[in-house]
Ligand binder design. Structure first.
Ligand SMILES: [Zn+2]
Length: 343
């Protein structure tokens, strides 16, 4: 997914209660840290509206960038200001056009509050709010960044997050701390990853099944592991072996099998494949008109399913290639060698 982060203002925009604090500098650094956290996830691309710390694009072009670059999520990062130095707390503004974004707004606000409160003890969630204005008879978002981000309808989640008040000495101190800034980035990234079900890049692919190996005289767990391009630790853990040195001839060792196909993946049949099951019948012409959702990679006991010696997955829902509409499941096993993932 694509995400646009918008650190508010310019480099020296909005001094805070502490000398040397500038909102525009701190939120720029927060955006960098948040981008770094988010890009630890697969298929996640983060664009920052200010390319350098000195940039200060117009409000319309900040939101407009998200609207045009295909982002799903837009977050404008800020710290708040008030003439009363006692004012404090976290505010989240969402687009009035996107009522379904309320929940993620609440989760993000909660994550910011929980992080800041550890240090300030006073930070709380002032609310997830909308603010509107009348634009020649049309009620639109008051804030220019939000208003411009939701034009065109690509962006489904658009927020301004006010990370406490920089006019409040305690909350300003929190945002002025590099360690806290990193913690905020991590907390916000965790919420986004969980909400959208993102998978981390550094997590190994989960095995979708295993093959069985019968221990031969002279085998060690290490020698078996080498043969299958894995390590004895992986095999010991996968097989629940308390003592990896103790394997006996004839014992069955399960070798986890990695594959690029996961349950829930959308797949299509490869163009050069003309038979439905491995070694099976030619498939009818209509089969190629659809994508399919992988609904199962193994049987009820967790074993990989083989058909004629090929590892197979169960194809579930049909997805219309043009409209994206889901149809009735076909529930047919197909060789993993016969299908490929659809982005
Ligand atoms: Zn601001």
């Amino acid at each position: 997914m694509k995400i646009t982060l918008d650190p508010g203002h310019g480099q020296f925009g909005n001094p805070g209660a502490l000398p040397g604090y500038y909102e525009g500098t701190r939120v720029f650094l927060l955006a960098q840290a948040l981008k770094e956290e988010l890009e630890k996830y697969r298929d996640t691309e983060v664009v920052i509206t200010r390319k350098t710390i000195g940039d200060n694009p117009s409000l319309a072009s900040r939101g407009g960038e998200a609207a045009k670059n295909g982002s799903t999520l837009f977050i404008s990062l800020h710290s708040n200001a008030a003439s009363n130095p006692a004012a404090h707390g976290v505010s989240v503004f969402r687009s009035v056009k996107l009522p379904e974004s309320e929940e993620l707004g609440r989760l993000l606000g909660g994550a910011v509050v929980n992080t800041m409160k550890k240090y300030t003890e006073i930070t709380y969630l002032r609310g997830v709010m909308t603010r509107t204005d009348d634009f020649g008879g049309e009620i639109l978002d008051y804030y220019g960044v939000i208003r411009s981000s939701v034009k065109g309808g690509n962006v489904k989640y658009s927020y301004i997050i006010e990370h406490g008040f920089h006019t409040n000495l305690t909350e300003c101190g929190c945002m002025f701390d590099d360690h806290t800034l990193k913690e905020l980035a991590k907390a916000e990234s965790d919420v986004i990853a969980a909400y959208f079900g993102l998978k981390r890049k550094d997590e190994p692919d989960e095995p979708v099944g295993y093959v069985e190996y019968t221990v031969q005289p002279g085998d060690t767990l290490s020698s078996i592991a080498r043969r299958y391009g894995t390590t004895w630790r992986v095999l010991a853990e996968f097989n629940g072996l308390d003592d990896p040195d103790l394997i006996i001839d004839g014992q069955i060792i399960k070798i986890p099998v990695k594959d690029v196909i996961y349950v829930g993946d959308t797949v299509k049949l490869k163009d050069d494949k003309t038979t439905y099951f491995p070694g099976g019948n030619p498939f009818p012409g209509w089969v190629k008109d659809y994508y399919y959702v992988v609904s199962k990679t193994s049987d009820s006991k967790g074993r990989p399913v083989y058909r004629n010696g090929d590892r197979c997955v169960l194809l579930g829902n049909k997805i219309n290639k043009r409209s994206g509409a889901h149809g009735t499941p076909i529930n047919s096993w197909a060789s993993v060698a016969y299908i490929e993932k659809v982005k």
